[in-house]
Design a protein around this ligand. Sequence first.
Ligand code: ADP
Ligand code: ASP
Ligand code: MG
Length: 457
Amino acid sequence: MIVCKFGGTSVQDAQAMTRLAEIVKARHREQPIVVASAMGGITNRLLAMAQTAARGRRQEALDQLNKIKDRHFREAQKMGIATGEDWVADTLNGYFKEMRDLVRGLSALGELTPRITDAIASYGERLSTAVLTQVLENHGMPAQLIDARKCIITDDNFMHAAPLFDVTEAAIVEHLRPVLKQGKIPVFQGFIGSTREGITTTIGRGGSDYSAAIVGAALGVDDIQIWTDVDGIMTTDPRMVKEARRIKVISFDEAAELAYFGAKVLHPATIIPAVRRKIPVHVLNSYKPEQEGTLITDEAPPCENPVKAIAFKSGITVLNVTSTRMLMAYGFLKKIFEIFDHYKVPVDVISTSEVSVSLTVDETSELWDIVTELKKIGEVNVENSKSIVCCVGDNLRNIPGVPGIAFSALNDIRIQMISQGASAVNITFVIDQEKLPDAVKSLHGVFFRKIDPLIFE
Ligand code: ADP
Ligand code: ASP
Ligand code: MG
C-alpha cells in the first residue's frame, strides 16, 4: 500500500488532473491512497474572499466566489465531468451555495474568526477531491471520496489545529480499510480535519503533506509519495538559485530541519509520523513521473559534501533582551521562555551572552504582547525584516571548518546571529532580509561547487 499526495500544482487544472490519473494508474497494483490539496492558488483566493466579505464588501466577495466556481466547473468540464446533473455537479453546487451563505453572513457580521476562516478554507480541498474522484473513475479506477474531517481529529486551535493521534489513527483505519477492501482508491482531502465535536479545522498552511504522512502512518503503508512541481528536494529552492541540484537521498533529520527552516517543498511536521513508523518518503515531480525524485529515509548514506541543502525563511523578527540585573542570576532564560510558552509562539534561533539574549520569531500578531511582557525582565529591542538561512547536513558533525567556509561566503553580509548546536545537523545565520538572495547564492556556490555524485544529481 502507498500514499500518493498531490499538491496544488498537481491538481491545478484538467491537464494536471489527467497527468495525476496516469500516475495513480501506473501504481494501481500497489494499492494507492490519494491525498490531494486544493487546486493551486484556491486556498489563497478563498481566504481573500473571506476577508473581502468580512470588510462588508459583499458583492465583491460574491464575484470572487463566482470566479472560483467558474474555474472548478471549467476544468471539470474539460474532462467531461460536472457537465449535467451528475453527482460532482451536485456536490460542487452544494458547496458553492454553502459558501454564498457564509459570505452573506460574514458581510453582515463584519468579523472573521479563525473558526470561520477554517470553514471557508476547507472548501478548497473538498472541491478538488470531488472532481478528482470522478477523474480516477473515468480512467477506469474505482475510487471513493472520503471526508477527511471524519478521520483527522484535531484540537480546536483553528488554522493551526494539532491532530489527536490516537483517535485520528483509529478513525483513519475505520473509514479507509473497508474502502480499500472493496478494491477502491480512497480520495482524501489534505489540510482539513475537525474537532471531536465535528467542527471543521485546518492543520496549517501547506499541511496536506502532513495529512498524507498521518494517513500513511495510520495504515502502515510501504511508501509515502509527495508529488509536487519540482524534481525532488533540491540543494536549495530552485526559484532562488536556478543551479540547485536534486538530492537523491536525505535523512529524516535533515529533511525535518530543512522543512522547519523554510523549504516549502515539505511541511515541517510531515516527517514525524513517517519516522515513528519508519516509512520511507519520496518527493517526486508530477510533471516528470518517470524520474526518481528524492528518497527520505531513516539513515542516508555518507556524503562527501558537508552541507546537503540550504533552507531559508523571511519575515523574521529578532528580539534582543538585555538585563544587567540578571548578571550571574539564574532563571533569566526560564522567565523569557515562559512568556513565549504562554503565547504559544515558537522561537527558532537563539543566542545568549551573560546579560543578553537574542531570539527570532516569525512575524506574529502576538509580538507586542510578548514585548510588553519581556520589558518587565529587561530592555527589549525589536528588529524586523530579517531572514534565517540554514545550512543542513548530517555531515556537519564530522567535517570541521564548515563555519569558516560559510563565513567566507558571507563576507560582505552583516551576520546578526549564528547558531550551531553540539549535535545539530545545521548551522544557522540571521541576516537582513534584503541580503537574502546574495547570501543564499553565495553559500550555494561554495558548498556545491563540487558534488558527491552518489548523493546529488
Ligand atoms: P505543493 O503545492 O506541491 O505542496 P509547494 O509549493 O508547497 O508545492 O512546494 C514546492 C515548492 O517548494 C517548489 O516549487 C519550490 O519553489 C519550493 N522549495 C523550497 N525549497 C525547496 C527545496 N530545497 N527543494 C525543492 N523545492 C523547494
Ligand atoms: N491548500 C492548503 C494550502 O494552500 C494546503 C496545502 O496545499 O498543503 O496551504
Ligand atoms: Mg506544499
